[in-house]
Ligand binder design. Structure first.
Ligand code: HAM
Length: 431
């Protein structure tokens, strides 16, 4: 009986694993150089953790189950609620600001499609305890810092930035009642994915006043924060939310990534907990879903029973990123190829014990070494060394027997040198 992999999951054969490791290593390196410390949590949590504040879309996509004790649990679809729970638990002892990162494996029962799977890896960076726009800017900067390191430029990707606070202020100034905001956010978040007339019809269902609907659409079409006042007037809430957003853009300019950043009032974000600046990074061609998304969520820790502490962060999945890097020729050209430093061969089977011993000595000095399991001739062993991508081949033959000398063959140039064993081992220490 052949059992296929489950829909929306991936098998990581060594070549896929090498790609994944390269991506994850890059995320970790960029996190550390931007001052973030690594954390992790459990792969499953109480179901209610994700029902409280993640929003309907995520709740519909939960892999949930009951354990033998009748507890309702779910595999994590995101790590932000876990982060909020963990920080709340030690809130008095953690030095602030908290700048943490994680690369959790997540599961969402989505319809598998290009860039969206049911199991994926997601880089998370979050700053907790800072309510200034500079923290939002640093999250956006760090996300771009990674993408730049991976070889992408502002010709390839753009950070589209807006603010839930600004949107709420605009809706309030337009006269929309507060209780309608959440359902409007859900609709506005889908705008880019809907045909224009479908969006207009759905908006008209929620906002019957045509003047109000027009103001919302005018706002959604703006290209700069400076124009917001012209559309909705100089309301205090609008002005203060716009000033905050301008602060984010100013910080991003100082950080040297202004050419990657644009104001896009169409960015609303699907998750329910965002309260301020929100952003997504997209490929400029626009054929893929978001590479990453995040924003400010100042109420989440309080909603999980902790104190009201400002927080901002983002999540970047590995799927869209991998597709984009591949399309741009930036993946296989950069993922390190697997190789063996030394393949140890013998010229005669009677040297087999010396071959095993030499391989073990090379390994004990921290270098990779292999040998053939077959007791074949030297040319067969050299072929095997080439297929194992060995950089050097050590040949144990008569020179070893007589004077403890090894033949070291450089597999690329074909050059051979005879080296005393002690000298060879000493050279390994220097590498
Ligand atoms: P999210 O928008 O749900 O945000 O996901 C962020 C990113 O995770 C997406 O842009 C995408 O790269 C990736 N992603 C999401 N779902 C899938 C999927 N089914 N398959 C592959 N990749 C996927 C969050 O998860 C927030 N918790 C991020 C955050 C952290 N906000 C603040 N801190």
């Amino acid at each position: 009986m052949k059992i296929p992999p489950v829909k929306g999951t991936r098998d990581f054969y060594p070549s896929e694993m090498a790609r994944r490791n390269w991506i994850v290593d890059g995320w970790k390196r960029v996190s550390v150089r931007n001052g973030f410390e690594e954390y992790d949590g459990p792969i499953f949590e109480y179901l209610k953790m994700f029902q409280v504040k993640s929003g309907d879309e995520i709740v519909e996509q939960l892999f949930s189950f009951q354990d033998r004790g009748g507890r309702d649990l779910a595999i994590r679809p995101e790590i932000t609620p876990t982060l909020a729970r963990m920080v709340n638990q030690q809130i008095n002892s953690l030095p602030r600001p908290i700048k943490w990162f994680s690369v959790p494996r997540l599961c969402r029962a989505e319809r598998p499609q290009k860039g969206r799977l049911r199991e994926f890896f997601q880089w998370n960076i979050d700053i907790i305890g800072v309510d200034s726009p500079e923290a939002d800017a640093e999250i956006i900067f760090t996300s771009l810092d990674y993408l730049r390191t991976a070889g992408l430029t502002s010709d390839d990707v753009r950070a589209r930035i807006s603010s839930r606070k600004l949107l709420a202020a605009v809706l309030g100034a337009t006269g929309i009642p507060q209780e309608d905001f959440d359902s409007l956010y859900a609709l506005l978040d889908k705008r880019a994915k809907l045909p224009a007339d479908t969006f207009d019809a759905l908006l008209a269902e929620q906002v019957s006043d045509t003047e109000q609907a027009k103001t919302i659409k005018d706002f959604m079409a703006l290209e700069s924060v400076e124009q917001v006042e012209e559309v909705v007037g100089a309301h205090d809430d609008v002005l203060s939310a716009a000033a905050e957003l301008k602060g984010v853009f100013a910080a991003l300019e100082s950080m040297g990534v202004a050419d990657f950043c644009v104001f896009d009032p169409g960015i609303v974000r699907g998750l329910a907990y965002y309260t301020g600046v929100v952003f997504e990074i997209h490929d400029n061609v626009g054929s893929l879903r978001a590479i990453c998304g995040g924003g400010r969520y100042d109420n989440l820790l309080r909603d999980f029973g902790g104190p009201a502490i400002a927080a901002t962060g983002m999540g970047m999945g590995d799927c869209v990123l991998e597709i984009l890097l591949h399309e741009k020729g930036l993946l296989d050209s950069q993922v390190p190829r697997r190789y063996l430093e030394y393949f140890v061969a013998f010229a005669d089977p009677r040297f087999a014990p010396a071959m095993y011993q030499t391989a073990a000595r090379i390994r004990s000095k921290g270098h990779s070494a292999g040998f053939s399991y077959k007791q074949g001739g030297l040319s067969k062993q050299l072929k095997e060394a080439a297929s194992q991508k060995a950089r050097n081949c050590i040949i144990i033959g008569d020179e070893y027997n007589e004077k403890k000398h090894l033949v070291v063959k450089d597999m690329a140039s074909g050059e051979q040198r005879v080296v005393p064993l002690d000298q060879f081992l000493a050279e390994l220490d220097q590498d």
